[in-house]
Design a protein around this ligand. Structure first.
Ligand SMILES: [Zn+2]
Length: 444
C-alpha cells in the first residue's frame, strides 16, 4: 500500500502537469505511474468526530479498517484524544492489516519519508490516544511521569506487531534516543527515560538469534540490500527526511530506493508480505504553501510506485495507492494549454493584478493588502522552492481539505476498489484479496 499524505486530486493533476513540463511538453497529458492502474475509486475521509480529517484518525481507517477520533491512532472511538489510560485497554485496541499479514505467516514492513513514529506509519503498529506521543517525553507532558501509555517509538521497538516488522525505513532517530545523546548527524535525542531504543532494537534481535542491521545513511542501506539481514532498521534523519529537492542525494536515499530495499527484503518470504510506503512530506509542503515541493514529493511517490511495479508481478501482487486526506490547494483560472503550472493564470483579477494558477484557501502565503491593493506575486521567482503560493486567509499552517481522495489499484481483485466508499473499507478489501485478516477472503 502506497500513501501520499495530503495528496488531493488537484495535487495529482498539478504534479502530473509539472512532470510533463519538466520534459518540455505541455504537461496536462502526462501520467503519474499509478494513474495507469486499471481501477480508480474514491474514498470518504471524514473521521468519527471530524468533518475534515487528520493523518491519525485516517491511519486507523485505512490500516485498521475502523474510523476513530481525530488525533488518535490504532484505537476505537471509545478513546478520546489525550486520554491517558483508555488506549492501553485491550478492548479499545485495533489490529492493523500489518498484524493480519504477520498472523498468516507473512512479513510486514513500513517505509516513510517522515519520522517512522509519525501518524501515518504508526497506524500499522501503534495504539495511542495522542499522535504527538512519539517519545516518552511527549507523553509525560500530558500524562505525567507515571504515564501508563507507552510512547509510539517504544511500541514500535517493543510491542507487537512493530517488533516483528522485518523492515522499518524512514526518519525520526530523535524519538529513539535519550536527550543526553547526539545522533550521527548532530540531532539531540528527545527521550527522558534514558532508553536508547535503537540499541534495544538490536539487543532484541540478538536475543532472538536473528540477523539484523541498523543503518543511517544511503551507503549503508545499499550494502544492507546486498547482505540481506533478517531485520532492517534504517533511520536517515533526526526528524523527518529532507524534501527530495533539498536532500543530499549521496547520504539520503530516495523514496524509490527505500521502496526497492523494502520489497527486496520482504520478497524473501514465500507466503508474501504487507508493505506500507508513505510519501509523507507532500502534506508538510502543502501546510507551508510550498507548492513546488508538494508537487515534487508527489512525483517522487510516483517514482517509488513505478519501481514497485517493476519489482512485483501484476499477477500476484496487489498494489493500492491512495491518500489520507486532501488539502486546500486549487487549480484556478482559464490558463491556456501548456501554461506554466507553477506560474500565473493567463487572466487578471478584476483589480487588474495577476493571480496564480495554484492558490490556497488559507495558509502562510497570505499577503496583507497594502493601501487596499493586492500584491502582485509574479514579481517573485515563483519556481523557487521557497516561494509561498498565495492564500486567501492568513493561517500559520495551511489546513487539510475535506474532499474525497482517489484510490488506484492494480493486481489481484483490483476491480473491487472502484466506486465511492468509506476510507475504512480499504484494509478489508486488501485483506480480502490477500486472504488474510478476520473477514471474508477471495480464496475461501
Ligand atoms: Zn497534515
Amino acid at each position: 500500500m502506497f500513501l501520499g499524505d495530503g495528496m488531493s486530486v488537484p495535487t495529482l493533476t498539478a504534479a502530473r502537469t509539472l512532470m510533463g513540463q519538466r520534459d518540455n511538453r505541455p504537461g496536462e497529458e502526462s501520467q503519474l505511474a499509478f494513474e495507469a492502474f486499471p481501477t480508480v475509486g474514491l474514498a470518504k475521509t471524514y473521521c468519527v468526530n471530524a468533518q475534515i480529517a487528520d493523518s491519525a484518525c485516517t491511519a486507523s481507517a485505512y490500516l485498521c479498517g475502523v474510523k476513530a477520533n481525530r488525533g488518535t491512532i490504532g484505537v476505537t472511538a471509545a478513546v478520546p484524544r489525550f486520554h491517558c489510560v483508555a488506549a492501553e485497554e485491550e478492548q479499545h485496541q485495533l489490529s492493523s492489516i500489518a498484524a493480519w499479514a504477520l498472523e498468516d505467516g507473512r512479513d510486514a514492513g513500513i517505509v516513510t519519508t517522515t519520522r517512522v513514529t509519525h501518524a501515518s506509519p504508526a497506524g500499522a503498529y501503534a495504539h495511542t490516544a495522542a499522535r504527538d506521543w512519539e517519545s516518552d517525553a511527549d507523553a509525560r507532558v500530558d500524562c505525567g511521569t507515571d504515564a501508563v501509555q507507552r510512547d509510539i517509538a517504544h511500541q514500535l521497538v517493543h510491542s507487537y506487531p512493530g517488533n516483528q516488522f522485518k523492515v522499518i525505513l524512514g526518519g525520526g532517530r530523535r524519538e529513539f534516543l535519550p536527550d543526553t545523546v547526539i545522533d550521527e548527524e548532530g540531532t539531540p535525542g528527545r527521550r527522558s527515560d534514558g532508553k536508547n531504543l535503537i540499541e534495544q532494537w538490536q539487543v532484541d534481535k540478538i536475543s532472538r538469534n536473528v540477523s539484523y542491521q541498523y543503518v543511517w545513511n544511503r551507503d549503508q542501506l545499499m550494502s544492507a540490500v546486498e547482505s540481506q539481514p533478517d531485520y532492517l532498521l534504517g533511520l536517515f534523519e533526526g526528524s523527518h527526511m529532507q524534501y527530495h529537492m533539498q536532500a543530499n542525494k549521496t547520504t539520503e536515499p530516495s523514496l524509490a530506493e527505500l521502496t526497492e530495499a523494502a520489497i527486496k527484503a520482504l520478497s524473501r518470504n514465500e507466503k508474501g508480505f504487507f508493505l506500507f510506503v508513505e510519501g509523507g512530506r507532500i502534506d508538510h509542503a502543502h501546510h507551508d504553501n510550498l507548492v513546488h515541493l508538494a508537487l515534487d514529493e508527489t512525483i517522487e511517490l510516483s517514482a517509488a510506485v513505478a519501481r514497485a511495479t517493476e519489482l512485483l508481478s501484476e499477477e500476484d501482487s496487489l498494489i493500492v495507492v491512495t491518500s489520507d486526506h486532501a488539502h486546500v490547494m486549487s487549480i484556478n483560472g482559464y490558463t491556456y494549454r501548456g501554461g506554466d503550472i507553477l506560474g500565473p493564470s493567463d487572466d487578471l483579477g478584476d483589480d487588474g493584478i495577476p493571480y496564480m494558477t495554484l492558490s490556497y484557501s488559507n495558509g502562510p502565503g497570505y499577503r496583507p493588502y497594502s493601501n487596499g491593493v493586492r500584491e502582485d506575486v509574479t514579481k517573485y521567482d515563483y519556481h523557487d522552492i521557497e516561494f509561498l503560493a498565495p492564500a486567501a486567509v492568513p493561517l500559520e499552517s495551511e489546513t487539510h481539505g475535506g474532499d474525497d481522495v482517489a484510490v488506484f489499484a492494480r493486481g489481484p481483485q483490483h476491480q473491487m476498489f472502484s466506486g465511492l466508499y468509506e476510507q475504512s473499507q480499504l484494509p478489508h478489501l486488501m485483506a480480502y484479496a490477500a486472504c488474510i485478516g478476520p473477514g471474508l477472503h477471495a480464496c475461501d
